[in-house]
Design a binder for this molecule. Sequence first.
Ligand SMILES: Cc1ncc(COP(=O)(O)O)c(C=O)c1O
Length: 382
Amino acid sequence: MKNVNRRSWLKASMTATAGLFAGGYVNASPDAFQFEELKKKRPSDYYARLSSNENPFGPAASAKKALKAAIEDSFLYPRAYRETLLDTIAEVEGVDKSYILLGAGSSELLHATARVYGGKSSKVLSADPTYFSLVRSAESLGADWVKVPLTKELDHNLGAMESKVTKDISLLYMVNPNNPTGKIMTGTEIRSFCDLVSDKVPVFVDEAYIDYMKDPAGSTTVECVRKGKNIIVAKTFSKVHAFAGLRVGYCIAQPDVIKALTAEGPRNSLSGPSMAAAAASLTDAEFLKYSVKKNDEGKDYVYSELKKLGYDYIPSHTNFILFPIPMDGEDFRKKMMANQVSIKTALIDKQTYCRVSMGTLDDLGMFVDAFKKVASQKLNKA
Ligand SMILES: Cc1ncc(COP(=O)(O)O)c(C=O)c1O
């Protein structure tokens, strides 16, 4: 019911702002946005979903067109669409197709990796906190998690991580930009670290948010794979391409690693329409620029509102912002939800943080309104 309402409201709000978007990817400034008008059009149970780092500014028109066209071929097994997507990724990433494995979202590839490297008596090393899906998967299969806390500035502690890289470690997992911090290692930093440690242990670099970095091509570790290093690089269409519901991801690794992952994981799990849409989106430079720009607008808006309220925040290289709050996390989350805004919280080194995903400016306006209300109430301290 909620989703239907959300959809019809979205339709209404799109009609209200149709002029702003007419003729391509035009950007609406926060001032031009009719917060009050849009508020009146929301169904009473509408909530701003700012907890899963989704992207409301897509998928691209080119992706939707390809998706619709491919539906006609849905009675066929989708080999041709798979080959086209593999060719497109191979071209964009500068690798042979034998280095690529597709997954229904990168989650499927994270779980396949956990199955290959994370069984009983294995050890998976990662920063703490980071995106824990692979680590939890490996733990559920009997692996131990070796964690290295982030530095005081919430950066990866590469020195401490290197010191933990021993023969016992089955896999080193890194996320760049990191979730939930939104912080980065530069391309040079992470590549020289990976070059060094991957001689000792396999390394998985999760680049889900890399397209939000200033220079994605100069920041990726795919170059290390091209050089022959034992690194698995994962990318997803769920973020900048706005495909969270279409489920497309891929990883790039040495061909023997791709074979091992294939044996444990995804084998033709993607639909033809999803793959057709992904191939279209990957080469749609105009959409990608638009998607990043809309995300930047949201971040600028939230930064300026937090600043006005006297809150610090961590400048983000992703589609979410992490900032410290002087409140108990669960209490805060519930109170935000009571104000129809979903967010996530994190407890890092005894400090509670709010992680808010970038949404439409209207949803972010709801976030700011709710935050002002909740922050001004007396809350139980952690
Ligand atoms: C760092 C990171 N990796 C992977 C994923 C999984 O994304 P998906 O399975 O949609 O590709 C997420 C989702 O938020 C993420 O934050």
